[in-house]
Design a protein around this ligand. Structure first.
Ligand code: C2E
Ligand code: CA
Ligand code: CA
Ligand code: CA
Length: 276
C-alpha cells in the first residue's frame, strides 16, 4: 500500500515501539522465569565420525513461557545480554548442565556449555566454573565451554588469562560459530583452543557450492595441523556426513544425528534403534 511521507514515518515508529514493547515484555518475563523455574536445558548429541561413537552433548537452554509457550533462545538470549540478566541465567545453565552430566550412566560423556561474551567476566568466570564443578562433582575433563569470537575481539590480557585458567583446570575450550566472524585465523594463533566448531551456515552449503567445500576442507586441515578437534554443526544430511568424513572431520552435531532433547529421550531412541 502507498503511504505519504508522514504516515510512513509513523508506521515505522509504531513498528519500533512494538519491538521495544516486545523486548520490555521479554525482559520482565526473564527475571520471573528464573524465580519460577521456567527454564529448561535440552541436550544435543555429538558423535565422533571415525567410529560413530557418542562423545557428549551440547547444553541448550529453553524457556517455557506460561502464556506465550516456548520462546527460542535466539529471541531471549540477546535481551538477557542487554539487560544484564545473562549472568544469572548463564550461572543457572552452567550449574544445571554440570549437575545433570554428573548423573549420566555413561561417565565418559562430555557436556558443552555456551558462555556468551556478555556473560563472560575475566577473573569471575573461572571461579564460577570451578564452583559448578565442585558443587556437581563433575570431573573437569567432562566439561567444555563454548565461546565465540566476539569474546576475543577485545582480546584483553585478562580474558586470555581467564580462558587459560579454565583450561588449566582440565576444562576444554571450544570456539563456536567458527568462520562467521572477522579475523578468525589470528585468534587461533593467540589462544590454544581444544576444539573449533564450524558454523552451520557452511555445513548447510556443503556439496552445493565449491567455495564452501574448499573452506570447510581447509578449516578441517587447519585443525588437524594445529592439533585442534573440529566439530561440524548443523549436519542434516547423509551427503554432508559423507563429505565431512572424506575431509577428515572429527566430530559432528546436527538434526541428522539428533535434535536437542532430554538425555533420557536420546537414550530411549538409541535403545530402540539397536533393537531394530
Ligand atoms: P549455537 O550455540 O550455535 O547452538 C546451535 C544451534 O543450532 C541450536 O539452536 C541448535 O538447536 C541448532 N541446530 C543444531 N543442529 C541443527 C541442524 O541440523 N539444523 C539447524 N537448522 N539447526 C541446528 P538453539 O538451541 O535455538 O540455540 C540458538 C543459540 O542460542 C545458540 O547457538 C546459542 O548462541 C544460544 N544459546 C542457546 N543456549 C544457550 C545458553 O545456555 N547460554 C548462552 N549464552 N547461549 C545459548
Ligand atoms: Ca554452541
Ligand atoms: Ca554454533
Ligand atoms: Ca550461534
Amino acid at each position: 500500500s502507498k503511504h505519504s511521507g508522514r504516515s510512513t514515518f509513523s508506521w515505522y515508529t509504531a513498528e519500533m515501539d512494538a519491538d521495544a514493547q516486545r523486548r520490555k515484555e521479554i525482559e520482565e518475563g526473564l527475571a520471573k522465569a528464573l524465580r519460577l523455574d521456567q527454564f529448561e536445558v535440552l541436550f544435543q548429541p555429538q558423535y565422533a565420525l571415525r567410529d560413530n561413537r557418542l562423545t557428549g552433548y551440547e547444553a541448550l537452554i529453553r524457556w517455557e513461557h506460561p502464556v506465550k509457550g516456548k520462546i527460542p533462545p535466539d529471541l531471549f538470549i540477546p535481551v538477557a545480554e542487554d539487560c544484564g540478566l545473562i549472568e544469572d541465567i548463564g550461572d543457572w545453565v552452567l550449574n544445571h548442565a554440570c549437575q545433570e552430566a554428573a548423573k549420566w550412566d555413561d561417565q565418559t560423556l562430555k557436556v558443552a556449555v555456551n558462555v556468551s561474551a556478555a556473560q563472560f567476566k575475566a577473573g569471575v568466570t573461572e571461579r564460577k566454573v570451578a564452583q559448578a564443578l565442585r558443587t556437581s562433582g563433575l570431573k573437569p575433563e567432562r566439561l567444555e565451554i563454548e565461546i565465540t569470537e566476539s569474546l576475543l575481539i577485545a582480546n584483553t590480557e585478562a580474558v586470555v588469562e581467564t580462558l587459560k585458567a579454565i583450561r588449566n583446570m582440565g576444562v576444554a575450550i571450544a570456539m563456536d560459530d567458527f568462520g562467521t566472524g572477522y579475523s578468525s585465523l589470528s585468534y587461533l594463533s593467540r589462544f590454544p583452543f581444544d576444539k573449533i566448531k564450524i558454523d552451520k551456515a557452511f555445513i548447510q552449503n556443503l556439496g552445493h557450492d565449491p567455495s564452501t567445500d574448499a573452506i570447510v576442507t581447509s578449516i578441517i586441515g587447519l585443525g588437524r595441523s594445529l592439533d585442534v578437534l573440529i566439530t561440524a554443526e548443523g549436519v542434516e544430511t547423509e551427503n554432508q556426513v559423507t563429505l565431512l568424513r572424506a575431509a577428515g572431520c572429527h566430530l559432528v552435531q546436527g538434526y541428522f544425528f539428533g535434535k536437542p532433547d532430554s538425555v533420557r529421550a536420546h537414550e530411549q531412541n538409541r535403545a530402540r534403534k539397536e533393537a531394530d
